[in-house]
Design a protein around this ligand. Structure first.
Ligand code: PLP
Length: 764
């Protein structure tokens, strides 16, 4: 991209409030990722999570000069251009559509329900020897993502490949204007994502809008293609056959197509995050390496780890060279402490403060890894496929336990958005992250929630809050059960206590006096029917009197907890709790002249008693994907528990299995051993045929008594091998199924998965 400010204004329309000529080469919509600041235009987008206008002064201070805004702003700075439009996203889209018009090259536009990104990446692999291809980074296919992708087209591009995704009707028309594909590709359509459309037909018609001006549309068909596919699964064959049709259309001979598809490799479309040695965090980016995918990962890393030391492990990049100015700039602007480079090529031009070491091969790097101090580092691993960087991740991994809880961070964000849409825009959101975020991750999940812009985090104990602060979390944290001996730490780490009794309050105030602290924020818990912690009605006058006489504290909020918001039959009781909450909290509110917030709803409450949001809600189990209310909210679990077969055994009639000989083989039976036992959270009473685990989608009963660290399953006739993956819950067993079998609730299933089970986080 290379436009003058004047051209920019012409492209996007709008009013120029201030004008100063600049050359614009970069677009930014996220203040956390900036390059080439002076030549960047910042579009201040307004979304549910973030208002870009709030970052303008900061960006001016960092050297950005050109802004597209839709709201009034105040700032200090010289030589600034401000373009005012009615909608900043639409302005960005106009820029992209106009940018697209500058290129008279073939452009492939891909849409459909499944496989868009795979088809895009395969077309890239198949065609990149003959074309200079500009493609969407990762799965950038939204209204914003498509615009940013198109802006990557430059004068060297000879082919564009872009994907388009939509979630409701009316969206594709805009994407067509931006991508304007000459070749259309429609991937497999599914029933999924139906909610924004009236019917399947409507969704299909909407998607096909992308091809309005295309010379050809390539779709799946029943015609037999006479090729040998290097894959055996149906999905890969379908995706591959779409690619073949594109190549045929572009005039490739059959023999050459066959040769190219033989070398296709399967594609990882996600970034994996695991805990590493020495309290480090490893981000293993399995996605194809390119400048734009590196930029995305670096941006994500910057969000997560702003204040932590960072290491980049990088290989040569096939399509460009490491000396590429953009890559140097990217690394320089991201404050890496060190960069480890694998390959023949040298990385030169980095700022002096960065330590750069070179290695000829991945093996050489691995043999030297122990020399490095990774304490508290965030390590981004990004290599071309042939360098096999997954080996590096294995070495740096903290736990090698084969049983793992896989956590889908994209689903977490989707669930969060679903609840955000259920609350009013001025209702604050507290997310409960007690008990290691319901078993899914003590710091990984809270970190992400902070990036997502939630207002508050809630934990049970002071220790849990300290862990969050030590991992760099800055947003307010409420501690529900701060035990008296921990107040000094609580105050030191700026954690906000729940106060549920006068004795507790008195202890806290004493510590605050010693530390000479005034107006420390506290949250008053009221008893309304749960009969757990909290002030009862009779104590309220005394509480008010005490609070008025102690300047050490101020009441930030008043809250209560519903005992049965998930139970229709208890509606009368719940409404009574809500009435009591209103009455009791009003008494306190009216005694103070400063504003005090109120909150009472948990997940089930948000769903079933949505009118009672007050100033904030406290989201728990729903975020982790369990629907606790009566409406069919479309949340999905974020975690899957999997293990791996470590041995198989053939048994004979009469052989016994495990402790106590509770299962006896009665035919020629094959069993498999898995490294998970009751100490990992697999309840012992699920043994002896009471519960099935799944191998390749086939049910396998647990046989014998479950041991502390191991369990055995029946895999007779399933051709099971060592290394095969077995699901405990995920696609085949739901968390609710496991809870039912254990005779408990999903909360207990999630929180009893032991800490020795490795957590692996994935992100598209
Ligand atoms: C755990 C907890 C919540 C969240 O409950 P969910 O049912 O998981 O939504 C809310 N408020 C308090 C006080 C809690 O302890």
């Amino acid at each position: 991209m290379n436009y003058s400010s004047k051209q920019l204004v012409e492209f996007i329309g709008g009013e120029c409030e201030l004008y100063n000529e600049q050359i614009i080469t970069h677009v930014s919509t996220d203040s956390r990722s900036l390059q080439n600041t002076g030549n960047t235009v910042f579009f201040a987008l307004v979304t549910e999570k973030r208002n870009g206008h709030n970052f303008i002064q900061d960006l001016i201070d960092r050297g950005v000069k050109t802004f597209v805004v839709s709201q009034g702003i105040e700032f200090n700075g010289e030589g600034i251009t401000i373009i005012k439009v009615s909608n900043t996203l639409e302005a960005l889209q106009s820029l992209a559509a106009n940018h697209r018009k500058q290129f008279d090259i073939p452009v492939i536009g891909i849409t459909g329900s499944y496989g868009k990104t795979i088809v895009k990446e395969w077309l890239y692999q198949l065609l990149s020897t003959d074309y200079n291809i500009c493609r969407s980074p990762k799965s950038f296919n939204s209204q914003l993502g498509v615009s940013l992708s198109i802006l990557l087209l430059d004068s060297t591009s000879t082919l564009g490949i872009f994907e388009a995704g939509i979630s409701e009707s009316g969206e594709m028309e805009k994407l067509e204007e931006i991508i304007h594909p000459t070749i259309g590709v429609l991937t497999k359509m599914g029933e999924a994502h139906q909610s924004g459309f009236n019917s399947f037909e409507q969704k299909l018609a909407e998607k096909k809008q992308l091809f309005l001006n295309s010379d050809i549309v390539i779709e799946l068909s029943e015609d037999k293609q006479d090729y040998d596919f290097p894959f055996s699964d149906k999905v890969s064959i379908e995706n591959c056959s779409l690619c073949i049709k594109v190549l045929e259309y572009l005039g490739y001979e059959k023999a050459l197509i066959q040769e190219r598809i033989n070398s296709l490799s399967s594609i990882t479309l996600r970034l994996e995050m695991i805990n590493g040695i020495h309290n480090s965090t490893i981000l293993n980016d399995g996605y194809n390496i390119s400048y734009s995918s590196l930029a995305l990962s670096v941006q994500y890393l910057n969000q997560l780890a702003a204040t932590f030391p960072k290491t980049l492990i990088i290989s040569q990049i096939p399509e460009s060279n490491l000396g590429d100015e953009r890559i140097i700039q990217l690394i320089n602007s991201s404050e890496f402490t060190r960069v480890l480079v694998v390959g023949e090529e040298e990385l030169i031009g980095l700022e002096n403060k960065v330590q750069v070491d070179h290695f000829k091969s991945t093996e050489e790097l691995i043999s030297q890894l122990s020399q490095y101090d990774f304490r508290n580092h965030f390590v981004l691993i990004k290599g071309a496929r042939k360098f096999r960087f997954e080996q590096i991740a294995k070495v740096l991994e903290e736990k090698n336990h084969r049983t793992q809880l896989e956590i889908d961070l994209n689903q977490l964000s989707r669930n969060l958005d679903i609840y955000r849409n259920k609350i009013k825009s001025n209702t604050k959101l507290m997310v409960m992250v007690k008990a290691f975020s319901y078993g899914t991750g003590a710091i990984e999940i809270p970190r992400l929630l902070e990036v997502e812009g939630v207002d508050y985090l809630g934990v049970a104990y002071t220790d849990e809050g300290i862990v969050l602060r030590n991992s760099g979390i800055k947003i307010p944290i409420m501690v529900m059960n701060p035990e008296p001996g921990t107040f000094a730490d609580l105050i030191k780490y700026e954690l906000e206590p729940e106060v549920y009794s006068l004795e507790e309050l008195d202890e806290l105030v004493k510590d605050l006096i010693v530390l000479d602290r005034k107006e420390y924020p506290i949250h008053i818990k009221l008893e309304t029917g749960m009969n757990r912690l909290g002030f009862i009605e009779e104590e309220i006058p005394k509480l008010i009197q005490y609070l008025k006489s102690q300047p050490e504290v101020y009441v930030k909020s008043i809250f209560s907890h519903l005992s049965s918001a998930d139970d229709k039959l208890q509606k009368e009781f719940t409404l009574d709790q809500l009435t009591k909450f209103e009455n009791y909290s009003s008494q306190i509110l009216s005694a103070f002249s400063y504003p005090i917030e109120r909150h009472v709803l948990n997940t089930a409450g948000i769903d079933n008693y949505n009118d009672y949001q007050y100033n904030m809600v406290r989201l728990g189990i729903g975020l982790y994907g369990i629907n606790a209310g009566e409406n069919n909210i479309d949340v999905k679990p974020i975690s899957k528990l999997k293990s791996v077969i470590i041995q198989t055994k053939k048994l004979k009639n009469g052989d016994s299995i495990g402790y106590g000989r509770k299962t006896i083989a009665n035919e020629n039976m094959t069993i498999a051993m898995l490294p998970i036992g009751y100490s990992d959270g697999l309840r012992r009473n699920l043994g002896n045929g009471k519960f099935n685990l799944y191998l390749n989608g086939k049910p396998c009963p647990i046989v014998g008594n479950i041991c502390m660290d191991i369990c055995m399953i029946d895999v007779t006739g399933l051709n099971a091998k060592v290394g095969d993956e077995v699901e405990l819950f995920g696609n085949y067993n739901s968390i609710e199924d496991v809870a039912k079998a254990m005779n408990t609730i999903p909360y207990e299933v999630l929180t009893s998965i032991s800490q020795r089970v490795k957590r692996v986080y994935y992100k598209d």
